[in-house]
Design a protein around this ligand. Sequence first.
Ligand code: FES
Length: 430
Amino acid sequence: MASANHDERRFEDPDTLDLHRENAVDHLSFGYGAHQCMGKNIARMELRIFLEEFTRRLPHLQLVPDQTFRYLANTSFRGPESLRVRWDPARNPERRDPVAREPRRSYPVGAPKRVDAARRLRVAAIVEETPEIRRYVFERPDGRPLPAWTPGAHVDVTVGPWDRKYSLCGDPADRSRWEIAVLCDEAGRGGSRAIHEQVGVGDTIRVRGPKNLFRLDESDDEVVLIAGGIGITPILAMADRLKARGAAYRLHYAGRSRATMAFLDRLARDHGDRVVLYPKDEDRRMDLAAIVAAVPATGRIYACGPERLLAALEGLTADLPVGALRLEHFTATGTSLDPSREHGFEVELRDSALTLRVGADRTLLDVLESVGIDVACDCREGLCGSCEVEVVAGEIDHRDKVLSAGERGRGDKMLACCSRARGDKLTLAL
Ligand code: FES
């Protein structure tokens, strides 16, 4: 359990205690599926009350420095036998304000919400990369280090009503700052335009993450990187890492024109002849079929770009082994629920001896959560693969952007946040 809870494929920078870790609730300490701890919600509430009251009543509490810790001999949990702290009672908040002594009356039941995990970061710099793309540099207002991240990771940036994902594209070794690049999409839904128009240097904005749903496999030695437009952001961080590791890689980067393609100077400086550019206005088109055909048998392709590019790649790699192609989608087009076009179905949970109804207006994940079946989930829009459940019987209507054609063909797993039943019933191993 301890190893799973520190799995770096699931949790970015797993050994850092990060109170803003958005997917912290995905830990397995309360068990999983039909064998979850029945006391998990009271345990969560107790811990929350303890931590919130403790830090509210003793905000000046400090760890006594230079302690030596002895750890409990225990097969399940690791913790020190004792921890010495100190504080000055004269500085207790209730000495100045008796109201501070009043406990808070109500606490929410259940796991903390992901939206509450946002951290507030200061915009330290804004750099114009192209007329349409700006690079934003974030840092902690208190100057302390940010959590580490790995190539392919992204953060969720909230500006007004908009919540948008952006890949990190700076230097992962530099813990003092995070960097993203934002293309102002005039035809988009407004999120990127709001960032361009409303966010300035010195502002404080809400940022969640980092999370990595597009992870570079550290054992990959032969890699083809493909980027279309602003899809260069995660690909750039991957190229940096592959170069540092001494891996064999080539980066194919397409855009409308050199003037619209971000990071060209940096690519030329750091990756030289590993990079092949395809500016459309110079009549240089990416020959995807030839690129795929040249991938070595042990190689892997990572691609990020417009849906058309990714769909073409999926088609061309259908016969390659599962996992040979890894994609990062900009959007979850086609994965959201439209009740007017859905039908309800029944779902039988074999291990839990439960039969549930998934109405046309609900996702399978919503229904599982409503009866207390914990299924890990992250994006809730078919992009991350974390809500995968095993299917024992029934025909699946796959809607996600994660499973390959081969995996879909086997019909033994589905993503609960978006996929549904083709017919009237599914049976799950839950
Ligand atoms: S929660 Fe991400 S694919 Fe379902």
